[in-house]
Structure formats: structure tokens, C-alpha cells
Design a protein around this ligand. Structure first.
Ligand SMILES: [Fe+2]
Length: 408
């Protein structure tokens, strides 16, 4: 064994011990969850609730593409005939930086806001989490980067996802991009979880199929990594198995549904939300670790990156988590065979789902010369989190080889 391999092995054992040590602490934490309104007229129900709470001057936060779509008008329409004086900040961009956040903070203050309504994908909701807290408590955005730096909640906070994937409307995480060093800067705090999540399937009907596919696979990855996490609990197990079952049932239907079934979209929105509730409490794993680097190096969409990596990581887990994977297989109707056979069939079914959604590895997606740095970053993220996964790589070199075989 070389010195570097030996060093890695020691670090790995420390890391595994740390992850195990954290389990009871993690399981005892009280994670806040938003009040959920989920139905075909959830926007109207939301406004009723806002009026009951006496909210008069909400700031609507979104991106400048969504604000031009007919779906955005659905939101504005529900404020007609009310005395609510909203304002719109629609300058959020994908992977928002601190310049955008600062503009949002100024807009909120200028409007003398008393609530925030974030509508859009993960970037809009993530940005709103930080804008709201910083504007309400008069704190600089850069000061809240890191773990649990936020001391106080912001104004009343409504999150309205328009994709079914990130689960951002219920998580304790927001990710900013630093315009100075172009690195992702996570803000983690119980104080940024929205007070209300509004799941209205009418907002998701017009999504392009490739976004439906990628975001849906992000949600499936959340539920599966959560189920395989050392931090999972019997309660979360139940929720994750239902979520996994529903995603296998309804994601292909949403992807191929030309008529735009509200029922299927609502099921996916709920599945995505529940996966968000779960992974907030259990953390994620290697799929996300690798996907984050694919996003950082190549701007690969998060859901697509997860989808490409998920079957391979599941295959890697089979020897270490056979029973847990057989249980996930049971949830999607694979009931014949030994646990090992079921676990392997689960991997095949995830691969088949990717094919059905036209998700596949294409030549040139990654540059193999980047693998060394990428793997180092992934290992660092896994150690820092820590990722409570069922199996660990034997060395950084092994991880490099693993990623190579996915994209070769
Ligand atoms: Fe994700």
C-alpha cells in the first residue's frame, strides 16, 4: 500500500466514524417544514391565506424569463380584487451571485416589504431565501455564507416551485455563486426554510420535456440517496418509498404528456416536495457530490448530471446496501427474486427510466484531464458534509476511474 493510499484509508475511517457519530445528532434536530398548499387552485388559496395574515406588501422574486410567461400572469391575476400591493423583482439568473442578491435586498427595502413570494425554479427560491433574511434583518449577504450563520428569520416567506425537482421550497440550503472566485457558496440555516410551499400544477404544465425529465430525476436522486443514507429514519423511509414509487409512475407520464395532465403534475410536485423534506434530514451522497462538480466544471444542468450518474452509483452500492436497494425495488413493483437480484433489477430500471426520458451520456460531456481536480473536490465535499453513504471509495484514484467509466 502506498503512503497516499494509506493516508486516504485513515482519512476514510475517520470520516466514516464522524458520519456515524453524527447520526443521533442529526436525527434529534428539529427541521422546520413549510405549511403546504397543493391543489389545482393553490395560488388562489395562498392569497386567501396571505390576506388572513394581514400581508399587504409582498415582494415577488423570480427570474426574467419566467416573468414573461403566461404562467407568471396566473400568479399576478390572483392579486386582483385584493388590497395587496405587490412589487416584482425579476432579476434572478441561474446560479445567482451576490450582485443579484444585493439588488434584490435593495428592492425589498425600497418596497417596504412585509413578505416574500418566490416563484420559479431552484435559483429563484434559493436567491429569495437569502434576499429575504438579509433585507429583513439588515445583514450583508456575504456575512451569512456558511453553516448556521443566520440568527433570525426573514419576513413571511412563500415559495412557489415551477419545476418538480429541487425541493428548494422546503430545504435549509441556498447556494450562491461568488462573482469574485466563481465558486459556489452554500448558505445553510433552519431560518431560511419558507413558511409556506404552494404546489400548483398549472405552473408546471408547459415545462419543456427535457426540463421535466432532468428535474424529475433530481427528485428521484434525492429520495434514493436519502433512503440509502445512514441518517434515514423509519418515518423518512416510508416517505421515500412512496416518493420513489410515485416518481416511477408519474415522471414518464409528465414527460410524454402532450395534453398536460394536472393530476400527474401535481403528483410529481408532491413527490419532489417530499423528497426535499427527506434529504434535508438525511443529506445526499456520491451522486450529488459528482453532479455538483459536473455543474461547476461544465455547467451541466443539475438534474441531468444526477440522472447520468445515479445508475452507476447505485450499482456501486449494491454489495453494501443490497437489502435497502431490494426494498426500493419492492416499492416500484420488482418483487421476484433474491435481494441481490432485486437490487440489480433496480439499477436496470433506473437506467431504463433514463433511456425512456432520452437522458444519455454523449461524447465530449467532460474533459478527462479534469478528473483529478474534480475527484479531489468531490472527496472534500463528501468529507465536509459529511455524506452518510453506505459505501466509500478506496482512494481518490478509484473515484477518478469510476467517473471515467461513466463518461468514456
Ligand atoms: Fe439535487
Amino acid at each position: 500500500m502506498s503512503i497516499s493510499t494509506c493516508h486516504f484509508t485513515v482519512k476514510k475511517q475517520v470520516f466514516i466514524g464522524y458520519a456515524k457519530l453524527m447520526k443521533p445528532i442529526f436525527n434529534r434536530l428539529q427541521f422546520p417544514t413549510p405549511e403546504v398548499i397543493a391543489n389545482n387552485q393553490a395560488l388562489a388559496d395562498m392569497v386567501e391565506q396571505l390576506q388572513l395574515k394581514g400581508i399587504k406588501r409582498p415582494m415577488i422574486i423570480t427570474d426574467n424569463v419566467f416573468s414573461t410567461l403566461p404562467a407568471f400572469q396566473l400568479l399576478l391575476d390572483v392579486f386582483e380584487l385584493t388590497d395587496i400591493e405587490y412589487s416584482v423583482f425579476d432579476e434572478v439568473v441561474p446560479d445567482p451571485d451576490f450582485l443579484v442578491i444585493d439588488k434584490g435586498i435593495n428592492a425589498c427595502k425600497a418596497h417596504n416589504f412585509d413578505a416574500v413570494i418566490a416563484i420559479g425554479g431552484g435559483s429563484s427560491i434559493d436567491a429569495a431565501k437569502v434576499i429575504n433574511t438579509c433585507a429583513f434583518n439588515d445583514v450583508k449577504a456575504r456575512k451569512v455564507v456558511g453553516m448556521f450563520k443566520i440568527k433570525h428569520k426573514g419576513a413571511y416567506f412563500v415559495a412557489i416551485p415551477t419545476t418538480s425537482g429541487t425541493g428548494s421550497e422546503t430545504t435549509i440550503v441556498s447556494v450562491m455563486t461568488d462573482e469574485n472566485d466563481h465558486q459556489k457558496k452554500p448558505v445553510v440555516s433552519m431560518k431560511i426554510v419558507p413558511d409556506m410551499a404552494v404546489l400548483d400544477p398549472r405552473l408546471m404544465v408547459g415545462l419543456p420535456p427535457h426540463i421535466t425529465a432532468a428535474t424529475g430525476m433530481d427528485a428521484l436522486t434525492h429520495a434514493m440517496e436519502s433512503y440509502l443514507s445512514l441518517y434515514s429514519t423509519p418515518e423518512l423511509d416510508k416517505l421515500n418509498l412512496i416518493t420513489i414509487r410515485d416518481i416511477f409512475s408519474y415522471l414518464p407520464a409528465c414527460y410524454g404528456d402532450q395534453s398536460g395532465s394536472l393530476e400527474h403534475r401535481l403528483k410529481m410536485a408532491e413527490a419532489s416536495h417530499n423528497a426535499g423534506v427527506s434529504f434535508t434530514q438525511t443529506s445526499v451522497g456520491w451522486v450529488h457530490g459528482i453532479a455538483h462538480q459536473l455543474g461547476a466544471f461544465y455547467k451541466m444542468p443539475h438534474g441531468l448530471a444526477n440522472a447520468l450518474v445515479l445508475p452507476h452509483v447505485l450499482k456501486f452500492y449494491v454489495p453494501a446496501a443490497t437489502k435497502r436497494m431490494a426494498e426500493m425495488a419492492d416499492a416500484i413493483g420488482i418483487t421476484q427474486g433474491s435481494d441481490l437480484q432485486k437490487a440489480n433489477q433496480l439499477v436496470d430500471r433506473v437506467s431504463a427510466l433514463c433511456i425512456e426520458l432520452n437522458i444519455e451520456v454523449k461524447p465530449g460531456m467532460i474533459k478527462f484531464m479534469d478528473l483529478k481536480v474534480m475527484s479531489k473536490n468531490i472527496i472534500n465535499e463528501a468529507y465536509m458534509s459529511p455524506y452518510p453513504v453506505p459505501r466509500y471509495f478506496e482512494s481518490q484514484h478509484a473515484l477518478e476511474g469510476f467517473i471515467y467509466t461513466i463518461f468514456k
